[in-house]
Design a protein around this ligand. Structure first.
Ligand code: B12
Ligand code: SF4
Ligand code: SF4
Length: 351
């Protein structure tokens, strides 16, 4: 099965039993603490479906969990110092992973059916109400780090997860040990202190996470959180960039996740029309932010960089018909104002 998965493009694969989700109590505690923010899809009736993978496919006996690497040899946030440019998170540089993984899992389902005969199966990639990291841990793909990412001893954490629920009885794998040890790098490096204690371990409070603000949050970003966002305009990689298990992480084969547009200039992004935004980011995860959400993020990043040459593009954004974009641009203009060289409060905002 692992060999078949590899032939279908997945570097990591393992099997978990399709049954009750072992980590559901953690999930409930996380929701009860308000950590999901405004992500309704985690809280509404779909929360219950996560109780047991068989609610997605009643005949499921096993879950084939796969991992697809997306690391490329391009710089990390830790090496990136260009204040004119926008940081887009590594996972969103190339083709939308939902499509790439789905195609690979369709192939895998067909290959398995060739050798076993007809079977019932269901593909999940990210959007299904399934605790993906929990099952992937049980399938032996890695442990859950303090940054809450699934980490593989050889491959680090730069990989996406997908699952094939199947009506076959396959021998389950076992989870690897937790190898975070005494490390706390991700906790210390997070600019917005989003990795918080939960029980005897840690969890992620989405209401403090840059990835949440720049991708999932609709409407205004809380003012007190904007400075911590730095130059990020879509997602955040910091807690993975600093993880020692990613130091020797292998890169992905194939061009799917190579950057189409690496760290684009902020001024250029601020001037995009909606059709240009759609054309540039078509087929990448960035479209999830939507045009106005993206402009809002660009305004925040410009305010944090507070460069005098950003004033003109920010003036244009401040005149936007969209009240959220306009308000964020005015906030950013105030920051540019404060950053005048003669002013002792000059402070471009944390990285
Ligand atoms: C909502 C969501 C987010 C939210 C919330 C993130 C979070 N940590 O919960 C936001 C928008 C912030 C986010 C950000 C990112 N996300 Co996201 N996200 C999801 C989504 C859709 C649901 C996650 C969820 O249920 N969260 C609720 C918490 C409670 O669940 P959890 O973190 O998975 O934790 C469970 C288990 O891990 C386990 N557990 C946790 N700690 C421990 C400790 C021990 C000892 C044990 C035994 C178990 C255990 O119990 C928990 C409850 O069941 C999943 C896809 C999916 N369907 O699962 C992708 C997913 C987790 N995201 C992914 C990615 C790539 C990202 C980003 C890297 C994107 C980016 N660059 O900006 C960041 C990473 C931020 C981070 N440090 O997690 C990948 C992660 C791949 C990996 N190797 O881990 C996933 C799996 C999507 C995919 N199919 O590839 N994401
Ligand atoms: S993704 Fe960024 S903001 Fe979110 S927990 Fe990691 S370092 Fe913090
Ligand atoms: S940075 Fe350290 S504590 Fe955080 S996930 Fe990586 S090994 Fe674990």
């Amino acid at each position: 099965m692992r060999a078949l998965a590899r032939e279908c493009g997945f570097e990591l694969a393992g099997v978990a039993r399709a049954g009750p989700a072992e980590d559901m109590a953690r999930y409930r505690e996380w929701l009860a603490g308000g950590n999901a923010g405004e992500m309704r899809y985690l809280v509404d009736q779909r929360a219950e479906i996560r109780e047991d993978a068989r609610r997605l496919l009643p005949s499921a006996r096993s879950i084939i969990c796969v991992g697809k690497l997306y690391q490329t040899p391009w710089p990390h946030t830790t090496e990136f110092r260009d204040e004119d440019r926008a940081w887009i998170s590594r996972y969103a540089w190339g083709d939308d992973y939902h499509d790439v993984l789905r195609r690979g899992l369709e192939q895998l389902a067909a290959r398995i059916a060739q050798s076993t005969g007809p079977l019932e199966s269901k593909i999940c990639v990210d959007t299904a109400p399934l605790l993906e990291r929990s099952y992937a841990r049980l399938a032996g793909l890695g442990w859950i780090g303090r940054n809450t990412c699934l980490i593989n001893q050889q491959s680090g954490s730069w990989f996406f997860l997908g699952e094939l629920l199947v009506s076959l009885d396959l021998a389950p794998d076992s989870p690897p040990p937790d190898r975070c040890g005494t490390c706390r790098r991700c906790i210390d490096a997070c600019p917005t202190a989003a990795i918080v204690p939960q029980g005897s371990g840690f969890t992620l409070d989405s209401r403090l996470c840059i990835s949440y603000f720049t991708i999932e949050q609709r409407g205004a970003i809380p003012r007190e959180m904007r400075a911590g966002i730095g130059g990020h305009v879509f997602g955040c990689d910091i807690c993975q960039d600093v993880c020692p298990w990613n130091r020797r992480a292998p890169t992905t084969a194939g061009p799917a996740f190579a950057p189409r547009l690496f760290a684009p200039p902020l001024a250029q992004m601020a001037a995009l029309t909606e059709p240009e935004f759609r054309a540039i980011f078509r087929g990448t995860p960035v479209t999830r932010a939507r045009y106005t959400g993206f402009l809002r993020n660009v305004a925040v990043a410009m305010g944090n960089r507070a460069r005098p040459e950003f004033r003109a593009p920010l003036e244009k954004l401040a005149a936007s018909d969209d009240p959220v974009v306009a308000e964020h641009a005015r906030w950013a203009l105030d920051r540019c104002q404060l950053a005048r060289p003669s002013n002792p409060l000059t402070m471009p905002g944390p990285q």
